[in-house]
Design a protein. Sequence first.
Length: 345
Amino acid sequence: MKQNWIDFLKQQGVRNEGRDFGEPAAELLSAQSATILAPLSDIGLIRVAGEDATAFLNNLLTNDVKGLLPSGVHRNGLCSPKGRLLATFLIWYEGADLMMALSADLHAAILKKLSMYVLRSKVKLSDASDERMLIGLSGPEAAKALAELGPLMPELLRVASVEQGQVMRLGEQSYLLAADAAAAEGIWTKLATRAHPVGLAAWHWLEILAGIPIVTAATQEEFIPQMINFDLIGGVSFKKGCYPGQEIVARTHYLGKIKRRMYRAHLDTGFPAAGTSLYAPETGDQSCGRVVRSAPAPQGGNDLLAVIQSSCAEAGEVHLDSPSGPRLSFQPLPYPVDLPETAST
């Protein structure tokens, strides 16, 4: 079914592996103020079924899966024993099953890794990427457009059932739609009458603006959860039981030893690919951080999220790829980071 969806999107004009619909600059401008519609082809889905599903995931992930409401959606992570993130997820219930959305380039490996933990648990893990097509919708008219699919729109970080799918509200004007594969084309066509189709580049830029990180193959095992501000956006519970890496994550939290945080920044030149090293005068030839994700910016250049040594961010001079590379211009995040104000100017 996913191939049918891919073929359909190509007929609609998508190109560059889903990055745009042929007019990238115009799409970015639309994302600034208009209502936009994006196929999220870079996200994979894992279905977790069985009577032990909730307890199974709760024993492995950074957030409190047992505390997730049937109508809730939250961010979560899987760590290595050293507390480094192997993947980040968006998790919600579909009936009795749990759905996990993660970077598609990690999907197969994480599904295999989770399967190794099943043992005697009454849990079944499966690839759900062909069952549900993920669509992003954002902007001032997003709720009105989605209202055509169902009478009630969810509150923030809640999920609601709509005609042939589920819709999650991730921000004030930002929604994620998990559409039944057979209905995805019809849903897209209906929504496209009210929203401008855009590619992944524009959607990623909106997520960067919102300060939302994602771990991909390029950054796997690079960060503990606090480094990417996961504790600030509801991705970590410090009250739940043990999970792989929990001791290190908890120690970092309770001892206050968070020397690196995630910042938002802009680059006029250079291509800040995920995983690219960053440098500052005080660290010389030693890296002071890494790019988490980036996207072209409507005003030109690129916007990015990057994990940076806090003292270097506070000093305000950080360069891409080498000590003499393009200099970052720091921008504020939409949520508070407990660091000196100069770190975000």
